[in-house]
Design a protein around this ligand. Sequence first.
Ligand code: FES
Length: 117
Amino acid sequence: TNKKQIEVTFLKADGERLKVKANVGDTLLDVVVNNNVDLEGFGACEGTLTCSTCHLIFTQKDYDQLPDKPTDEELDMLDLAYELSDTSRLGCQIILSESMEGLEVKVPASIHDVRAE
Ligand code: FES
């Protein structure tokens, strides 16, 4: 019961900021699911790298500090995301560490479920 927690903020396109407590070791998808963060359609494939709905945009600084580089599978899926940026990642592939305390990520205005086509 003594899991380390950090604070993570999801910045929605409409300006709303959703600040939640997140367990270290969870993915950003876990955080959205476990906190019932209100992001319509987010995480549709449940982290199996087949949807791109978990697309999040990091600041350059945070992006550079992420421990793992995206895999080819993640990059392929990101290519299909709307509003792709140089600092885009898929939330289901990002595992939280203590050093990410205070992380802020932008949620794109449109969520694109590639499976819906
Ligand atoms: Fe589908 Fe991340 S939840 S790719």
